[in-house]
Design a protein around this ligand. Structure first.
Ligand SMILES: *Cc1c(COP(=O)(O)O)cnc(C)c1O
Length: 373
């Protein structure tokens, strides 16, 4: 086949997996707006507005809040490379894939990682967090995943934040899947460093990772003895572009992903128009409807403390995992997620994220599953 003669024509899927999630036509139209230069005053204003909207959605006053160029994993690396120096001790909670990745990323920064583990599908208990903090008083930070997308577990943060702060450590949170779908209050909950991703509950294409750092986290970065090992993700340079230098000018670091910023700005605008509380309530409402439908089909939830926007259920023994997912994709154009890691072949992950979280999609996926099963 001659590639130059074939047209790009992706299907209009309903994305109900662990991400990316369905993007609204408003956000897709924003992507098609004219590309500006990254130092054009019009673009700088659009970027400033985007950062201000991110502060609203993160519920923070943190000045250092901006979208890192890259997907959620780039946000994870940004926090790790800027906050850690070789020889540092850290505590990382692991109850699924993403906690395991944090450990790997932090070890690559030369840190000694003490892990707090819970079985897949379980949450990290306040008691085990307290034990780890007491056992490793020299740890610089304590890292935890708010929404563990690999198992669907919804991690409570407030009590753990308090005990981490009482021990003088920084509190670091992965909010890739929770931002815009679950309650998340960065300032009120005492979160010092946090990252998310555009393609999960913000309903934007993949490509940016909104991050935010508290003043305490900035002080830790400013007191570094060694250079940040990543040039691309070095916040001490990035801040001169995103926040402006001492004279208020913007220094070129790398070319900002201009059109993706438009898309993120539009996605955040949609969230603020709906209202954060209304949006969180909508996710809870349609989760309840999906949950009762799935349970009526005999499907059991994996986590005891489930997220609203990611529903991880055990696959029935008699069902063929791949065949069911391909029938949903080919016959209904619905994508759901397979199990990850130890859950591979054993579970399905049904996302109800942002634009895709509606009564229509809940009823459709339930009817389709019933038919296919
Ligand atoms: C998806 C996800 C990531 C990684 O994000 P990418 O956009 O795939 O790089 C990290 N943490 C959690 C909890 C996620 O769900």
């Amino acid at each position: 086949m001659n590639a130059t003669n074939t047209r790009l024509n992706p299907a209009e899927r309903i994305l109900m997996g662990p991400g990316p999630s369905t993007v609204s036509s408003r956000v897709l139209r924003a992507l098609a707006a004219p590309t500006l230069g990254h130092l054009d005053p019009q673009y700088v204003q659009i970027m400033d507005e985007t950062c201000a909207m991110l502060r609203s959605v993160y519920q923070t006053e943190n000045k250092m809040t901006f979208p890192v160029s890259g997907t959620g994993m780039a946000g994870m690396e940004t926090l790790a490379v800027n906050l850690l120096e070789p020889g540092d001790e850290v505590i990382v909670c692991i109850n699924g894939v993403f906690g395991g990745r944090m450990k790997d990323v932090m070890e690559r920064c030369g840190a000694t990682v003490h892990s707090v583990e819970a079985p897949w599908g379980e949450i990290i208990s306040d008691e085990s967090a307290a034990e780890a903090v007491a056992a490793h008083p020299k740890a610089k930070l304590f890292a935890i995943v708010h929404a563990e997308t690999s198992t669907g577990a919804h991690q409570p943060l407030v009590n753990i934040s308090k005990l981490v702060h009482d021990a003088g450590m920084l509190f670091l949170v992965d909010a890739v899947t929770s931002l815009g779908g679950h309650e998340l209050k960065v300032d009120e909950w005492g979160i010092d460093a946090i990252y998310s991703g555009t393609q999960k509950n913000l309903s934007c294409p993949p490509g940016l990772s909104p991050v935010s750092f508290s003043d305490r986290a900035l002080e830790v970065m400013e007191a570094r003895k060694t250079k940040v090992q990543s040039w691309y993700l070095d916040v001490s340079m990035l801040r001169n572009y995103y926040m402006g230098n001492a004279e208020g000018g913007r220094a070129y670091h790398h070319t900002a992903p201009i059109n993706m910023t438009y898309a993120l700005r539009e996605a955040l605008q949609i969230i603020l128009e709906e209202g954060l509380e209304n949006r969180i309530a909508r996710h809870e409402k349609w989760h309840r409807r999906l949950r009762s439908g799935l349970e009526a089909l005999g499907l059991k939830y994996v986590p005891s403390h489930s997220l609203h926007n990611l529903n991880c259920v055990y696959k029935p023994d008699e069902a063929d995992d791949a065949a069911v997912r391909s029938a949903l994709l080919n016959d209904y154009s619905i994508e759901i997620g397979a199990g990850l890691g130890p859950m591979a072949g054993k579970a399905w992950r049904i996302g109800l994220m942002g634009h895709a979280c509606s009564q229509r999609n809940v009823d459709l996926v339930l009817a389709a599953l019933k038919e296919v099963l």
